[in-house]
Ligand binder design. Sequence first.
Ligand SMILES: [Zn+2]
Length: 322
Amino acid sequence: MTLKERYKRFKAWQLNPFDWSFDESDRHHCENCGNDFSGNYCPHCSQKVGLNKISWKSVLQSTAEVWGMGNRSMLYSLWQLILRPGYFISDYINGKRQVSFPPVKMLVVMGVISVIIDNLFGMKKAATVKGDSSLVNQFFAWTKDSPGWGWLIMTCFFIIPTWCLFRYAPRNTKHTLPQDFFITVFMAVMVLIVDDLADFFGDYFYILLPLCYFYSYRQLFGYNFWGNFWRVAITLVSGFLLATLALTIAELLTTTPKSYADEFKAIGDLIFCSVVPILVGVYISKKTFKRREKKKETQNLEISDNDQTENNNQTENRTQES
Ligand SMILES: [Zn+2]
């Protein structure tokens, strides 16, 4: 197989990796309830096919189940999330729930695994500065112990920019805020993986963070390269500024600043710099959306026109024949 063919096959797999077809004639006998059936699960009691004999594999599986990793679907979900993130998230938010391990659970399990890795390999970064117990510092200390939730809160600041800037995207048009929440959970899992990699191999691995967003949103929302590029850039910068804004306000509420005027000016600047690019982005997106819709309409009209002329031709032919 040539490299090009391999790539083509990989692309096809990225778009649709699941094969739900099954052989009706392939009958199974359920050891649990005695039902005879075809398919992967007993329709009567829902026991899985192939669980019949207790073996060493069953011992391993039921031990792993404590961690919510009994079936390989958690590892398989992570694998999918790395190789086809945008399509995978798109499948999930559009109702293909069976394709993924429950995302929030996945985030929590990954968070626990990160903490274990940190503790085992002594990667834990220096704890908070002593004597400084401001709310903000307490928050950062807490995220060290529960990185899953920490990163989820951080990535939640991208929800509003994503929702605004990608509302008029070619794919997943007008996605909802709850859908955006699940997008964010999946992204947080990915960010957590990058965070672990950076702990191991060095901080320059954080360069993968923006790349993850570019790659995933490209597949998820279907903009072309540059359309995707500037929207993701605004999403990341605005999200970061919004997080800074939240921290500034939290600090202002919990401590007494040297000068209130400076603090308020900083807050005003942050709001301005995060909101204005989003508004401009939404304006442009809406325009391109309308243009795209118009194009579609005219294309549809042309197609129906063609159909009619073809029909007319056919009737003409028939009348000639008769
Ligand atoms: Zn059964």
